[in-house]
Design a protein around this ligand. Structure first.
Ligand code: SIN
Length: 533
């Protein structure tokens, strides 16, 4: 088994992982960055459409208030203040000045600002409707040039290494649980390596792909959360799964995100009869916080019996729509919907994991030398529901604070990185059909029983299904040669169980976790969506 040693092992190469590599390298640390695909594909942040909050220093108290209100007053005030305090300088120095990300500007060169749901002001900068792609495009080119950052593409983390579980020295099991890196699979060569690191950083995004309908990229099944849990790290707030209200929905077409910025620029939610329905639900109308809009759509779908509602953009000229939202325009057109002339069919889908691996504001989890950043982590910044366009900003800020704290720790503490045990792999090859079928069952169970509207009975059913599935998958996992899909399946069932467990323990409806009353009609829009297919 090959062994690599590094100061910092970063698992995941989205905005959080790449930013950490930048900041750690700028402190002189060696970094090994692993990504499950090629560097330029895969990460969720690349597909972020809307934008990134920029003006955190302009009326900071107003932004703090918007984050708190969106969270239903459940966010952690210390995490909110930290984001607001650190945000603007990180965006300005790294994204605007250093990487020169092509954000949209006015004719006189000023950065343009837009609004999204829950924001009381225009404070979000953007690059058309491909902000994530614009940022990560620059970032990926940049990290490839960094000496001291070794990028391992097509490498998937299998399990975290800890002193107590993996050291070759028996007495190490008496030490506190301490992370010393990870076993990883080179999925092209089929080889397993051990990467030993002083600091291990989880930046694997959230877990949207454990739900049938999601805006997340393939493979985003809660890898970091599942791995952290297996070594005993604390995970919190996992019942709070944010559903994005507006995901393109049309028969025989792939789902895709329709950015909240579409409503920020004047789009209005209407039902199949052409009636605007949000103004009676919330003073901010179509731009209310996401949990409120998503549930209002859900109710609308139940009462109308229709599979989707629509965004009406008729107040905008076709020229404006094509210029401001070129990617959404093209994708919808490919599905036969010309959004410059007709309303956009949309429905909610799983989008963002507000909970995750518990960390302090410097990314430190409850396991020594194990960090989590970005969507994988939970500092309490989002509480029960996230404010739009905070996620890319959180990636930057959490990466920066964590890298700086790690640099200080590495300079001042001593680290014990012993040899680790060989990975023993069975020879038998897993049946991919079984893997795909199990994955489908996880996704449909989560969508049907642990979706936007939950009930104790459905959660109980989900719990039983997943616990039986877990047993199957665990023995399957132990008896077959490792592949990427098998690793994904094992982490997906673990993440799903964690979400169900958290949802079952919390009977209070708050933000994105809504438990229906006994007498409430919670018929599923999904059943209608299935009919569409
Ligand atoms: C969107 O553009 O609506 C998504 C951006 C986000 O989740 O903050």
């Amino acid at each position: 088994m090959d062994t690599i040693q590094t100061d910092c092992l970063v698992i995941g190469a989205g905005l959080a992982g790449c930013s950490y590599a930048h900041y750690a390298r700028s402190q002189g640390l060696s970094v090994t960055l692993i990504c499950a695909d090629e560097l330029t594909t895969g990460a969720n942040s690349k597909w972020a459409q809307g934008g990134i909050i920029f003006d955190t220093s302009y009326h900071p108290e107003q932004l703090e208030r918007d984050i708190m209100v969106a969270s239903g007053d459940t966010a952690n005030p210390a995490a909110v203040s930290s984001l607001v305090r650190e945000g603007q300088s990180a965006v300005q120095s790294l994204l605007v000045d250093q990487l020169k990300v092509p954000f949209d500007r006015s004719d006189d060169g000023e950065l343009l600002r837009t609004r999204e749901g829950g924001h009381s002001d225009k404070r979000i900068i953007f690059s058309k409707d491909i902000t994530g792609r614009a940022i990560l495009g620059r970032f990926h080119d940049y990290v490839r040039t960094l000496d001291g950052v070794s990028i391992l593409e097509n490498h998937v983390a299998i399990d975290l290494l800890t002193l107590s579980h993996n050291s070759v020295y028996p007495l190490d099991k008496y030490k506190p649980i301490t992370c010393i890196g990870a076993y990883v699979l080179d999925s092209v060569q089929g080889e397993i390596k051990a990467i030993r690191a002083k600091k291990t950083v989880l930046a694997t995004g959230g877990l949207g792909q454990i739900f049938q309908n999601t805006t997340n990229q393939p493979g985003v099944v809660g890898h970091g959360i599942a791995m952290a849990k297996r070594v005993g790290a604390r995970v919190i707030d996992l019942e709070y799964i944010q559903f994005h209200p507006t995901v393109f929905l049309k028969k025989n077409c792939q789902l895709f995100l329709v950015s909240e910025a579409v409503r920020g620029e004047g789009g209005v939610l209407i039902n199949s009869e052409g009636k605007a329905f949000m103004d009676t639900q919330h003073p901010m109308g179509s731009l209310a916080p996401r949990d409120i809009v998503a549930r209002a759509i859900h109710r609308e779908l139940i009462s109308s019996g229709e599979p989707c509602v629509y965004i009406d953009l008729s107040s905008k000229s076709p020229h404006f729509i094509k210029d401001r939202f070129p990617s959404i325009y093209e994708r919808a057109l490919a599905c036969g919907v010309d959004i410059s002339r007709e309303p956009i069919p949309v429905a909610p889908a799983a989008h963002y994991t507000c909970g995750g691996v518990y960390t302090d504001l410097n990314g430190r989890s409850s396991v020594q030398h194990l960090n989590a950043i970005g969507e994988t982590a939970c500092t309490g910044l989002h509480g029960a529901n996230r404010l739009a366009s905070t996620s890319l900003l959180e990636c930057l800020v959490s990466a920066k604070l964590t890298a700086l704290a790690d640099s200080e720790a590495i300079a001042n503490e001593s680290f014990h990185l012993p040899e680790v045990r060989e990975w023993i792999s069975p020879e038998k090859t897993a049946d991919e059909v079984l893997i795909r079928q199990d994955m489908r069952l996880i996704k449909s169970t989560m969508w049907n029983y642990v979706g936007l509207v939950r009930s104790p009975r459905r959660l109980m059913r989900a719990r039983r299904i997943l616990s039986q599935l877990y047993e199957e998958i665990d023995s399957f996992y132990a008896g077959n040669r490792l592949t990427r899909s098998l690793i994904e399946l094992r982490n997906a069932v673990c993440a799903a169980q964690l979400v169900v467990h958290a949802a079952t323990l919390n009977s209070e409806s708050k933000g994105s976790h809504y438990v229906a009353r006994e007498d409430e009609d919670i018929d599923l829009p999904l059943e209608r969506h299935d009919v569409l297919k």
